[in-house]
Design a protein around this ligand. Structure first.
Ligand code: 13P
Length: 342
């Protein structure tokens, strides 16, 4: 390994350390508003700050959370005691990270498909985020399954942007989380998800290679191979685990330190069960970890409801979900763990 890759490799390995995973708390302004709407809390800057403070200051969560992905607004905010959020995390030994993409836009000429923007000025933005304490970054590409899609054109455009982003991150000394998400939306079978996921990953690794990315200094954040949300035939936990691991073994080089799956609309418990089943299958070439937003946060947000009086209860629920996923990192999660929560 090239000498200047060693620091990136050590951060990447810490992100996917055994027994731990990542919390994605990097919802953009639009997404966090949608989430807060579900609990009837207004999306003001103070409410967003208070909610993120609840997550980041949860006692003991550092036992299971290695890093947190923040949003541009959040990385600049502070806890009530005046401590900046990146500092709050660093003092618990949790790595602060930052979402740097600017979201998906319609890909011209490809109806129903999108490409992620945000490369312009990224070198300068990364330099600022490094000053604010970011050790890693995230860029999400979105691939939809439908009639005649995904197309090769869409996959290539997204893979190219991911590789350009990853190169800028490594130049800045920041570990890129490379996130190609094949969406769960639709009535497609698990076979189609596997096909689309494999084609996407192949294209992504070809572009990463051509852009000279050091694979040792990145983390992959993909979807699991799942049945479409509206597919009448839902695959079992075992089938999801076997197809996902099978697909990734074919296309993800062993030099990548870890795969941190997104939850992508699965229920909190399903995301934990799937992760557990994959790790129970035995040793893999890379760490098999998590980088969940909804699967860690949904029950927490529901318990909080925007009320200061509910913070302690909501933090207990967050700690519990983090603990369950921490156990799933080594195949030691069980349904009985859920019962212990109450
Ligand atoms: P979900 O776990 O809710 O899919 O979110 C992960 C994420 O960061 C999406 O970019």
């Amino acid at each position: 390994m090239n000498a200047n890759i060693a620091p990136l490799n050590s951060v990447a390995r810490a992100m996917v350390a055994k027994g731990k995973g990542l919390l994605a708390a990097d919802e953009s302004s639009g997404t966090i508003k949608r989430r807060l709407d579900t609990i009837k809390v207004e999306s003001t800057e103070e409410n967003r700050r208070a909610y993120r403070e609840l997550l980041l200051t949860t006692p003991g969560v550092e036992e299971f959370i290695s890093g947190v992905i923040l949003y541009d607004e959040t990385i600049r905010q502070s806890a009530k005691n005046g401590k900046a959020f990146p500092e709050v995390l660093a003092s618990k030994g949790i790595l602060p990270g930052i979402k740097v993409d600017k979201g998906p836009v319609d890909l011209p000429g490809f109806p129903g498909e999108v490409v992620t923007e945000g490369l312009d000025g990224l070198r300068q933005r990364l330099a600022e985020y490094v000053k604010l304490g970011a050790k890693f970054a995230k860029w999400r590409a979105v691939i939809a399954i439908g009639a005649g899609i995904p197309t090769e054109g869409c996959i290539k455009a997204n893979a190219h942007a991911l590789a350009r982003y990853a190169a800028l991150c490594q130049e800045a000394g920041v570990v890129p989380i490379v996130e190609p998400e094949v969406l769960i939306d639709g009535n497609h079978t698990i076979e189609r998800c596997e096909e689309a996921t494999e084609a996407t990953l192949k294209a992504v690794f070809a572009e990463l290679r051509s852009h000279r990315i050091a694979l040792e200094g990145m983390v992959l954040k993909p979807n699991m191979v799942l049945s479409g949300k509206d597919c009448p035939q839902q695959a079992s936990v075992t089938e999801v685990a076997e197809r996902t691991i099978g697909c990734f073994r074919r296309v993800v080089p062993a030099a990548v330190p870890g795969i941190a799956f997104l939850s992508g609309g699965q229920s909190a418990e399903a995301a934990t069960e799937h992760l557990n089943a994959m790790n129970a299958m035995g040793a893999h070439p890379w760490e098999v970890s998590f980088s969940y937003a909804r699967a860690l946060q949904d029950p927490v947000m529901k318990a909080w409801k925007g009320e200061a009086a509910n913070v302690a209860k909501a933090q207990k629920i967050f700690y519990h979900r983090a603990k369950c996923n921490g156990a799933a990192r080594s195949g030691k999660y069980s349904k009985e763990m859920e019962a212990q929560a109450a």
